[in-house]
Design a protein around this ligand. Structure first.
Ligand SMILES: NC(=O)c1ccc[n+]([C@@H]2O[C@H](COP(=O)([O-])OP(=O)(O)OC[C@H]3O[C@@H](n4cnc5c(N)ncnc54)[C@H](OP(=O)(O)O)[C@@H]3O)[C@@H](O)[C@H]2O)c1
Length: 202
């Protein structure tokens, strides 16, 4: 069998299995596999996880899930009120007061990143995982967007992530291990209409 035929066959079989499994799984195959056969969430017990954009949505959900599994949490966003609410949910989920550090800030102010990073290390003595989740999307007819709007979007979705990740990578290299996570978007894979700037920065 020719190599290309074989590759084509594998792709067809993959999608056939995918379609057949759709009625019984509620996510893609990779996630389903990880859920059932991947590493267990208990492995997060005692790990220090810093989640940016933790005051709502995906970041909030992640914080509560991590709390259920015993992680120590650093929660960042601008809204102190919402961070306090998320902290309350984490405490209900099993965290203790000592397990949670609220680090409110505007993440686009990269001049504060070193100081914030130092606070995390001073408080918990280590960082295991940085989750770059703070971000937003934007809808507009691309050619009408003011440059300032593009700049704001890139400062949040790109440059703040690069700045904080760079500090984390230097620290992870020093201690010999660590993980970087970034919440991305399908817009980075398939261009979405009226999301021109977001398609670039995803
Ligand atoms: N939900 C989706 O369908 C989807 C799809 C593709 C990609 N994403 C990406 O997934 C991530 C989370 O999205 P989400 O749906 O959970 O949105 P969300 O509920 O609006 O959460 C965004 C988070 O980012 C924080 N944030 C925004 N600007 C910030 C700033 N300047 N400094 C610090 N924190 C800031 C917000 O908190 P404050 O306002 O309190 O600062 C909030 O906690 C984003 O990066 C988003 O682009 C989401």
């Amino acid at each position: 069998m020719e190599l290309l035929t074989l590759i084509g066959l594998i792709v067809v079989v993959y999608f056939a299995v995918y379609v057949l499994l759709l009625p019984i799984i509620d996510c893609d195959l990779g996630l389903w596999y990880a859920d059932n056969f991947g590493r267990r969430l208990d492995e997060f017990k005692g790990k220090v996880v810093w989640i940016t954009g933790a005051s709502s949505g995906i970041g909030e959900f992640l914080a509560v899930e991590m709390a259920k599994h015993g992680a120590k949490l650093v929660l960042t966003a601008r809204s102190v009120l919402n961070l306090e609410r998320v902290k309350g949910r984490c405490l209900e989920a099993g965290s203790t007061i000592e397990d949670i550090l609220l680090l409110p800030c505007d993440i686009t102010d990269t001049t504060k990143h070193e100081e914030m990073f130092a606070r995390v290390i001073t408080h918990f003595g280590k960082l295991n995982i940085l989750v770059n989740n703070a971000g937003r999307s934007q809808r507009a007819v691309w050619e009408t967007i003011e440059p300032e709007v593009d700049r704001d979007l890139f400062n949040l979705n790109v440059f703040s992530v690069v700045s904080l990740s760079r500090l984390a990578v230097k620290y992870f290299q020093k201690v010999g291990k660590g993980h970087l996570v970034a919440t991305s978007s399908i817009a980075g894979v398939i261009g979405a209409p009226f999301s021109g700037s977001q398609n670039f920065d995803s």
